[in-house]
Design a protein around this ligand. Structure first.
Ligand code: APR
Ligand code: ZN
Length: 375
């Protein structure tokens, strides 16, 4: 059904960088051509929401509605949309898939040239916003903005999924869990018996661990400065923990010793470019592979001795684990329904929408993996 009505609903609005969100009554425009309006059912807080909200680099993009790891139900569709109808269950996509551009048709990449990561707080279609408050536009985040009861997304930035799946769990496949599994399976293609090191044991790192365990890795070493993450890590396959704060020699040195010269695969899941170097130093000569997943908070530059590469190591990275979201995420949802992958265990907290600021506190204090916010 195509809709022309504006919806007035509650949204958690950020008025400035690092300022607590305020639940406001906002107006959500109807979807424009090739867009859909989605009733958000569940949205989890991901570390990159916090990283962007804390950043002082974009003062012009406020007021803003954050949130990008979400599930929902299609409320209405804009002109020309044939792929979705009212009532469809969807995951939102912070990188879309137009299915037509050089990257979408390459079979090699999920970096869509048309619906790629949107950093300027507007819709891909016409570079304006679909939210307003007292006549003032509110900026989007990653073309998703799920911290709102309703949102408008491009039809290429959502994917239809099996309606049997519990929306309050599979929202994690919209970002964190999919990113980790994809890094392990698609990007690194971890082989049986190999050694794996994961820097940062949040949901992203522990999803790499799950992926590595399912591939039969012989050793999965987790590195984190928060000892509370260690117990949780075991459930996802982490076999050994290193807390750099408890060590009196560099972490890479310890890893080299216990993996006979370096691991086969290392993953940076923190968002600290210095750790990318450490990860590269921790993998082995010849075939060692470092995959970086973290979104850096401050300086994004990497510094590394070129001998690390001359000796045959590879450094790569991925967004959303390299998955082509439209084509691949429905399969992950089905794997969850078939009990082939775990998701529930990452949900450490559930909160009503009105308490969304608590989710920010819990993650900043290192107390949560994922906090699911119920709209
Ligand atoms: N050394 C080791 N571990 C660290 C360090 C450090 N210097 N700094 C932080 N960590 C750990 C934290 O204790 C936490 O357990 O890294 C983990 C990061 O996990 P979360 O904050 O829960 O983040 P997550 O959602 O898993 O995302 C990880 O991937 O998608 C990106 O933006 C995201 O950069 C972030 C990264
Ligand atoms: Zn494309």
């Amino acid at each position: 059904m195509s809709s022309t009505a504006i919806i007035t609903c509650k949204a958690a609005v950020a008025w400035g960088a690092g300022e607590a969100l305020v639940i406001e009554e906002v107006e959500v425009d109807p979807p424009k051509p090739m867009e859909i309006r989605v009733k958000v059912i569940s949205t989890a807080l991901c570390r990159s929401d916090i990283t962007q909200w804390e950043s002082k680099a974009f003062p012009h993009l406020y007021p803003r509605i954050f949130g990008h790891e979400a599930s929902g139900i299609v409320e209405s569709v804009g002109e020309g949309v044939e792929e979705f109808k009212e009532g469809d269950h969807v995951l939102t996509l912070f990188i879309g898939e137009c299915m037509k551009c050089k990257h979408c048709t390459s079979g090699k990449s999920n970096m869509c040239q048309v619906l790629g990561l949107e950093r300027t707080g507007v819709m891909h279609s016409d570079k304006t916003t679909r939210f307003s408050l007292r006549g003032k536009p509110i900026y989007h985040y990653c073309a998703v903005s799920s911290f709102s009861e309703y949102t408008v997304v491009h039809s290429g930035c959502a994917v239809k999924i099996n309606p049997a799946a519990p929306l309050e769990k599979i929202c994690l496949l919209s970002c964190g869990v999919a990113a980790g599994l994809g890094a392990a399976w698609r990007v690194a293609d971890i082989s049986k018996g190999s050694t794996v090191v994961i820097f940062g044991l949040g949901t992203v790192g522990l999803s790499v661990a799950q992926g590595a365990k399912l591939r039969g890795a012989s050793q999965i070493i987790g590195v984190d400065i928060n000892p509370e993450k260690f117990e949780k890590g075991k459930a996802f396959g982490v076999t050994k923990f290193i807390n750099p704060n408890d060590c009196n020699e560099p972490v890479q040195q310890i890893i080299k010793r216990i993996t006979d010269g370096g691991a086969d695969y290392t993953f940076e899941c923190i968002g600290d470019p210095g750790m990318i170097t450490t990860a590269l130093q921790s993998c082995c000569d010849g075939w060692g592979l470092t995959v970086t997943l973290g979104v850096p908070k401050l300086k994004p530059e990497i510094v590394a001795h070129c001998a690390l590469l001359l000796s045959g190591r590879t450094l790569t990275g991925s967004m959303l684990g390299g998955w082509k979201p439209k084509s691949d995420l429905p399969k992950l949802v089905d794997m969850y329904l078939n009990k082939e992958i775990q998701i529930d265990e990452y949900v450490t907290h559930d909160l009503p929408f009105t308490e969304i600021n608590k989710a920010f506190d819990l993650m900043r204090e290192g107390k949560s993996l994922r906090c699911v916010i119920h709209m």
